[in-house]
Design a protein around this ligand. Sequence first.
Ligand code: CA
Length: 218
Amino acid sequence: MKILIVEDEKDILSFLKRGFEEEGYVVDTADNGQDGEYKIALNHYDIIILDWMLPEKSGIEILKCIIKMEIKTPVVLLTAKDEVKDKVEALKIGADDYVTKPFSFEELEARVESLYRRSISKGSNTIEFQDIIIDIPSKQVTKAGSIVELLAKEYELLLFLIKNKNCFVSVNKIYDAIWGDEEFINSNVIQVIIYRLRKKPGKDLVKSSRGLGYKIEL
Ligand code: CA
């Protein structure tokens, strides 16, 4: 998942960048409003984290531009303002969520995750790529119109890689996401599932890199 953080306070910016990178996100940053807006117009991000008070252009001004450019990326506003009318203003203009400073990294990450989950299933409950269609409510996967039978963990891993599309996801991160607190599993399990995913939905579906992990390119 690729995120942009626009924040002029250097400490907060580097703290957030490090935190999200450690969690496996691809992070782009801007430390003023102008640069932030430029990057938003030029690149695709899955989530934008936008500080309210910024030099050159405020978070609210950038948010208005995002809406005008019809960019659908969810936006989380960071604000030191704790007044209800400011929060209402932010949400009215089109922010998807906001976090009041000071905040914990865990809280922000949880909000980012939940916005992202909502955004990938928003409007439609299906994910389509190449000739594959995934129907989220029924967990049914079809390829070129035929149903692909996947075991529960195969389906979970497929969705997890799609959620993190275009980024390599480490084996450790996959463990945490798919198995969580379950007892230790053999490291071959992931390789076996990847092997099955390549055999079933598609040979070139999952790319792997020694040391970096796995990814799906969409
Ligand atoms: Ca600021």
